[in-house]
Design a protein around this ligand. Structure first.
Ligand code: M6R
Length: 607
């Protein structure tokens, strides 16, 4: 989704902005632009398509100036085009704006501004902000921004330049993330930490309604009434290299390879000597006695982790749990009150629908526990309690290491609650702990099978659809594998509970259709064999994934991948890695841009 970066200091702003924008490319975008001020004049350059298109223009005609703002746009209002790209400037070229979010009342504002003679050149809601600031300008851009905030409805993170006040950048946040980076003789703004990680690790995390005024040597943060706020400096502990490809062809491959380490980080301090604990978690035994409903809410891959979580809560803590996608939950008047525990899962911690679900549940008195990867993210800050997944920065749009750590945290949390409510015995807790500690090694084993998976992908990359089927925990692994495949290879795919195929989707199976049958669950292994026979009878080409000991399934299927023997309960963690790799190699064989899949964004900050 859209990315923002801004710079003020002694360097040429263009260089810092382009370097920052290149680190935001992973978010997904369709145009890019920058604005600088030099000799009190505003300069803007923007271009549809990849950042390289903008860079090619700037190579011929650079924008000089030591203050500037930049943006990568993911189209919402208006098609991707040069004109709709940000920054947007007022007609008198005094004010330029970059914006993440949506101005919901942009139409009435636009009509009013048009009636005052403002001429619009784009279809965007953002251009309205530039004109509005121009119309309201009092000679003081900070004061003008405060007035404009009273008129705009919706969500916005803004970076603003004013040619009349060339020694400052103004930044504002409302319901869309924005950070301010503290440098020495230079300062920054950004929508995401990686954009400025090469320059500083010290940041202010702006809260809703806050306005930051940056000069080269100073930063002031104000509330909407204009009062100065004392902000705490947040020190980012990510290593700048963590946001680089480090020799891998794609971030997705690098992040898949990092999964054993990510799992170790997620388990560290929580799973030791056969017992499970969460330091800092406020949710305790007393509070759990008051809870009579648990809901898990998330989107996409995080939702799949939530489904696995529901399975674990029901198995280990014997608590009935509802799991729902956030975009449905928030619009259906959910039954949620002060006796509800709402667990939200989000890699980025910024997903708009998940945030809205938190606000709804909190308004009704629920206790909100967030499971997220990004320290200081909006979701982490708005929830009552947080469990960090500790996976390290995830850059590829296709989530991999975040997913396995989310599942690991769900298993830990379910066991922890089972311990609190007395439903999980010591021996089972010890078994879970022991099994979880095996997952880094098991993921390593999965990664060692890359050649086999690549060969399968190279042979089959021309397929136009692929089915996954599984039972129990395998179903969620299939759903996640199918999502991964769709998003990066653009192959149509379905994931079904194996017993459901005969109720409809089996009609789609024809000669040669590839069906991946995930068969890691012993209690339903025989049932899976029947389902395999059903699809084989209709011509399917079946790839079965089984644990060691079930190699003889080879006589029933076309291909078998044997995974190491493990506790059935932890299979969602190592088993998904085979499906991640399958999606990856199919996408590579088809020539797809794995890290920047079309139409998708890393952080979905619009509803
Ligand atoms: O940042 P979040 O975990 O809240 O994001 C939710 C989904 O947008 C995300 O998981 C998406 O489905 C991924 N691209 C999947 O790989």
């Amino acid at each position: 989704m859209c990315g923002i970066v801004g710079y003020i200091g002694d360097k040429q702003a263009q260089d810092v902005l382009i370097s920052g924008l290149s680190r935001l490319e992973y978010r997904g975008y369709d145009s890019a632009g920058i604005a600088t001020i030099e000799d009190d004049a505003l300069r803007v350059e923007k271009k549809k398509g990849r950042l390289v298109n903008l860079e090619n223009i700037l190579e011929k005609t650079p924008l000089s100036g030591k203050v500037g703002i930049g943006h990568t746009r993911w189209a919402t209002h208006g098609v991707p085009s040069d004109l709709n790209a940000h920054p947007h400037a007022s007609v008198n070229r005094e004010i330029a704006v970059v914006h993440n979010g949506i101005i919901e009342n942009y139409m009435p504002l636009k009509e009013e501004l048009k009636s005052q003679g403002h001429i619009f050149v784009s279809d965007t809601d953002t251009e309205v902000i530039a004109h509005l600031l121009n119309a309201l300008y009092t000679g003081d851009i900070v004061e003008t921004v405060q007035i404009a905030m009273g008129k705009m409805k919706g969500s916005y993170a803004l970076g603003i330049l004013c040619a009349n006040e060339p020694d400052k950048i103004v930044a504002v946040r409302k319901d869309s993330p924005l950070i301010v980076g503290l440098g020495n003789g230079e300062n920054f703004i950004a929508s995401d930490i990686p954009a400025i990680l090469n320059y500083t690790r010290e940041v202010y995390l702006l809260d809703n309604g806050e306005i930051a005024v940056l000069t080269k040597d100073n930063i002031q943060v104000l509330n909407i009434a204009g009062e100065i706020i004392d902000k705490e400096i947040f020190v980012v502990d990510w290593d700048p290299g963590a946001a680089e490809k480090e020799g891998y062809d794609h971030f997705m491959m690098k992040e898949m390879v990092e999964q054993p380490k990510a799992m170790m980080e997620a388990l560290m301090g929580r799973c030791c000597e056969s017992s499970i604990s969460f330091t800092g978690l406020k949710l305790n035994e007393e509070m759990m006695k008051q809870i009579n409903r648990i809901q898990i809410v998330a989107c996409g891959t995080a939702y799949h982790a939530g489904m696995v979580g529901k399975y674990y809560f029901e198995k280990f803590a014997r608590i009935s749990v509802e799991a729902e996608v956030a975009s449905e939950y928030r619009y259906k008047n959910p039954i949620v009150d002060k006796n509800t525990l709402l667990i939200v899962i989000s890699q980025s911690g910024e997903t708009a629908d998940t945030l809205a679900a938190i606000r709804l549940a909190k308004d009704r008195g629920a206790w909100v526990l967030a499971v997220t990867n990004v320290v200081g993210s909006s979701i982490a800050r708005e929830a009552d309690d947080v469990i960090y997944t500790n996976a390290g920065p995830e850059i590829a749009v296709a989530s991999t290491k975040a997913y396995v750590t989310q599942v690991g945290c769900m298993m830990l949390l379910a066991s922890y609650l089972g311990k609190l409510n007395g439903k999980l015995g010591k021996a089972d807790a010890a078994r879970i702990c022991h099994s979880l500690m095996m997952t880094p090694g098991l993921i390593d084993k999965a990664l060692e099978t890359q050649e086999v998976i690549k060969a399968f992908a190279d042979k089959n990359h021309k397929i136009y659809d692929l089915f996954y089927m599984g039972r129990g925990l395998d179903l969620y692994t299939c759903m996640e594998g199918s999502l991964k495949l769709k998003e990066i290879s653009y192959i149509h795919s379905e994931a079904y509970a194996a017993g459901e195929l005969k109720h409809g989707p089996i009609a789609l199976i024809e000669e040669g259709t590839i069906v991946v049958a995930m068969c890691t669950q012993e209690n339903v292994f025989e049932k899976m064999l029947s389902n395999i026979k059903e699809v084989k009878a209709r011509g399917a080409h079946v790839l079965a994934i089984v644990q060691e000991g079930h190699e003889d399934i080879a006589s029933e299927v076309d291909e078998v991948w044997v995974i190491p023997n493990m506790d059935d309960d932890i299979t969602p963690i190592p088993a998904v890695v085979y499906l991640q790799l399958l999606a990856y190699y199919l996408a590579v064989a088809r020539g797809c841009d794995v890290d920047k899949p079309k139409n998708l964004a890393k952080s979905v900050t619009v509803e």
